[in-house]
Design a protein around this ligand. Structure first.
Ligand code: GLN
Length: 307
């Protein structure tokens, strides 16, 4: 029997596609030139069955959606206590690129740039290459196949990374950064230039939703507890200064990226991803937010509502 899920997702794409508000991320030269039109949705069940609609196989750079996974890797490799000593778990209520440092010299949380730069610094390895290799391998394990880099996006962002370099230097000055600032920033920007499509992101979300097992390969990449911790921080901090709105209207742990992707994970149920490059003022995909609202309502995925 043909599943009704594909046509259902296609109907959401058709309904939301006319929404053309929002802007491309123009502070990264290569993203400013992206095609604003593609729109795709993917759902991954925990048995690895994936349903898609629209431009779900169109590649884009993962950007900040990588932050959740690098955070998971840092906890796996260094332990939660060590990671918490360097990066907090408080929603900041500030923009993703806020210069964030608490009274202990830590960034507020790992989902904003400051915290993600601090998290990358904690990944084992002495050089950018060693640390980045570990990140690339881990994100590829979550996707179920090798992810490659958009070198153009990487060099383009690196050439204008004044603010992220400023954040890294400030964290180093306050004693909270576990690597040299250049290593942390270059690796952090490189992880954001990893190329994914909505289908990859849905599978990555499903890996977190399942408690750490990649649904297609069956490989356990995280323990349950770490996956649950990452989902908690995604819930409170994943959508930056729109996190409160997101929790009340969508209620699914999620992480956006300025490339236009959003990855979501409904614990014990499924992974969800959307891709559409136009962003709202918080840097979250406009159509992506609308699609998640629909899916949450239609599929009763809101964490705080009794289905
Ligand atoms: N690489 C981007 C940056 O550091 C990621 C930001 C994002 O996706 N919100 O600015």
């Amino acid at each position: 029997m043909r599943s009704p899920i594909g046509p259902y997702l296609a109907s959401i794409v058709d309904e939301i596609r006319p929404e053309d508000s929002g802007e491309l991320a123009d502070y990264i030269p290569e993203l400013a030139d992206a095609d604003p039109e593609p729109f795709g949705i993917a759902l991954s069940m925990l048995d690895g069955q994936v349903y898609t609609a629209g431009d779900a196989e169109r590649p884009f750079t993962i950007q900040s959606s990588a932050k959740a996974f690098t955070y998971a890797l840092a906890i796996r490799e260094r332990g939660l206590t060590k990671v918490l000593a360097h990066v907090g778990v408080e929603p900041s209520g500030d923009a993703f690129n806020a210069i964030s440092v608490d009274e202990r010299g830590r960034p507020a949380n790992p989902m904003i740039n400051a915290g993600a730069i601090g998290t990358f610094a904690l990944v084992p390895g002495d050089t950018v290459e060693e640390k980045f290799d570990a990140v690339q391998r881990f994100l590829s394990d979550c996707a179920g196949h090798d992810l490659d880099i958009d070198e153009g996006a990487y060099t383009s962002e690196l050439s204008t990374a004044y603010r992220n370099r400023g954040i890294a230097n400030m964290l180093r000055a306050s004693g909270g950064l576990a690597a040299e600032p250049d290593i942390a920033v270059e690796g952090y920007i490189r992880q954001g230039a990893l190329r994914v499509c909505a289908k990859d992101l849905a599978l990555m979300g499903a890996t977190l939703a399942s408690g750490g097992v990649q649904p297609v390969t069956g490989k356990r990449v995280l323990d349950d507890e770490t996956a649950g911790h990452v989902l908690s921080v995604m819930t409170t901090c994943g959508m930056y200064d729109a996190a409160g709105d997101w929790v009340s209207s969508v209620g699914i742990p999620a992480k956006s990226g300025v490339g236009g992707g959003i990855v979501g994970a409904s614990p014990g149920r499924l992974g969800i991803a959307t891709f559409s490059p136009r962003l709202d003022v918080h840097g979250n995909s406009v159509r992506g937010v609308a699609a998640f609202e629909r899916l949450s309502r239609d599929l009763s995925l809101h964490l705080m509502r009794i289905p």
